[in-house]
Design a protein around this ligand. Structure first.
Ligand code: NAD
Length: 486
């Protein structure tokens, strides 16, 4: 990769700051080359950022929301004007294809558009509760909040949280994945260009140590996290035990239940797109297809569709050499346990990018629910087909997962679809849709071990997370009759 970027420092009070911390190399999964380096911050660096955010909060939180939102109208336009640059950055740092990277930035734009509609959604309530006595309820910001992001959507996940939290009057510490820190810094620069006051949005880079510091910091009121279930649990427990509100989204193992009457072309293309998009590194990716009854004709078409996916062309890279080895390990183990590899993506190489991290599309049939590949998150362009004799057995397989992000059904029968809609144990359900992401104003969030916390992370549900209710009772008429309630 000939492109390199300046070292990624922290972004505090509207400027880059560097304190001579240790550095980590940032590499592009496309070809394995170093493209930058990132600082690994200490607790002291976090203190500086939180102090800056606390200072900014005084004036930002008292700016009327209709003024705050103007920054985000301008920011949305800036993203649209610079979409090619932002797309390329995501492509290089994450390794997904250019069209997937563009779709990611477009989603960030949609999320910002939703934040711009906040003034229409967050007006308070008022009621005369006794003669001349009024109660009013307002949604107030929390203060300094934090957002911790994973590697798989370097631009979109920070936009799940920041626009809503900031429009609602909070100030934020963003902690991107140290593997993909470039997009968050561009986000901070563009927010400043859009007119966001210094200190409202700060980026602190680092790894485990800084995440733990965020969970412990007395100045941070709320922590949102997106990443693996193992870390989501750690963050949820640690932030909650420090009396912060927390929503922590974890990993996934999404089941797509395919019935014999499903539309063949729509099902085959949707299932393959769901398992292979972003090289399978989406928390909404199809990981297991539950084939109910006679679905061989659909599997045969899936095999043809999967074979049109070419690594380095219309199939992106996985994030690291370790991820590549882990994914191939799951395939090897399943094959050794008796599963049948119908399309084999092991050993994929891209000419000219031999040091990149690629796995080709992989379809494995006759996986059984007890195999590790059926239970654990593989996070690669791999789908396991588990056979079920009827819908009850199919739903039981879906229900047995520890996760519960998404589930989908492919059928032309409304009755069968309804069974799955009712009985699947997941937060987001698709009917003839392989990636059932609820679009704004609806909220994003799973069930079971895919999410810890009460609210979802986006959409209307996030308003509850990023605000607290202030209840005020007023009386201006001294002659009003009073009782113990007034
Ligand atoms: P990860 O859990 O390894 O890392 C996420 C964040 O936690 C990063 O910022 C990282 O620096 C930090 N971190 C890593 N190890 C830590 C530790 N031991 N203690 C404290 N902090 C730590 O996740 P990832 O590999 O970056 O992302 C992939 C995972 O994220 C997958 O499991 C995927 O399903 C999940 N994900 C979930 C959703 C969702 O909406 N549920 C969305 C995107 C990604």
């Amino acid at each position: 990769m000939s492109t390199t970027f300046p070292e990624v420092q922290n972004y505090v009070s509207g400027a880059m700051v560097s304190n001579g911390q240790p550095r980590l190399a940032v590499t592009s999964p496309l070809d394995g080359s170093q493209i930058s380096s990132v600082v690994l911050s200490s607790r002291k660096d976090l203190d500086v950022a939180v102090a800056a955010a606390e200072k900014a909060f005084e004036s930002w939180s008292s700016t009327p929301i209709k003024e705050r939102v103007q920054v985000f109208f301008r920011y949305k336009t800036l993203m649209e004007q610079n979409i090619d640059e932002l797309t390329r950055l995501v492509h290089i740092e994450n390794g997904k294809t250019m069209s997937e990277a563009r779709a990611e930035v477009e989603k960030s734009i949609e999320l910002t558009e939703f934040a711009c509609s906040m003034p229409q959604l967050v007006s308070g309530e008022l009621l005369e509760v006794s003669k001349g006595v009024e109660c009013r309820v307002e949604k107030k910001p929390l203060g300094v909040v934090a957002s911790i992001a994973p590697f798989n959507f370097p631009h979109m996940v920070p936009h799940w949280t920041a626009p809503n939290a900031l429009v609602l009057g909070n100030c934020m510490i963003m902690k991107p994945s140290e593997i993909v820190p470039l997009s968050s810094i561009r986000m901070a620069e563009m927010l400043k260009e859009a007119g966001l006051p210094d200190g409202v949005f700060n980026v602190v880079n680092g790894d485990k140590e800084i995440v733990e510091a965020i969970c412990d910091h007395p100045g941070i009121k709320a922590v949102s996290f997106v990443g693996s279930t193992t870390v989501a649990k750690i963050v949820y427990i640690r932030a909650s035990s420090n009396l912060k509100r927390c929503v922590a989204l974890g990993g996934a193992k999404n089941h797509l239940i395919v019935l014999p009457d499903a539309h063949v072309e729509m099902t085959a293309t949707n299932v393959v797109a769901s398992m292979s998009g972003c090289a399978g590194q989406r928390c909404m990716a199809a990981a297991a297809m539950v084939g109910v009854g006679k679905v061989d004709h659909i599997v045969a078409r899936m095999v043809e569709v999967a074979k049109t996916l070419i690594p380095g062309d219309n199939l992106g890279a996985v994030i690291s050499e370790a991820a590549r080895a882990r994914i191939e390990g799951y395939i090897n183990e399943a094959e050794a346990a008796g599963a049948k590899v119908l399309v084999d993506g092991r050993g994929a190489k891209v000419p000219g990018q031999e040091n990149g991290y690629y796995v080709g599309p992989t379809i494995i049939d006759y996986v059984t629910p007890d195999m590790r590949i059926a239970k654990e998150e593989v996070f690669g362009p791999v789908i396991s087909i588990i056979r079920a004799k009827d819908l009850d057995e199919g739903i039981a397989i879906e229900n047995s997962s520890n996760y519960g992000n998404a589930a989908a059904v492919f059928t032309q029968s409304g009755g069968m679809a309804r069974e799955v809609m009712e009985r699947a144990s997941a937060g987001m359900i698709g009917v003839n849709i392989g990636v059932p992401v609820p679009r704004e104003p609806f909220s994003f969030g799973g069930w079971n071990e895919s999410k810890f916390g009460v609210t979802d992370i986006t959409g209307k549900s996030s308003i509850e997370f990023w605000t607290q209710l202030k209840k005020t009772t007023t009386k201006w008429n001294p002659e009003a009759k009073t009782n113990w309630m007034s």
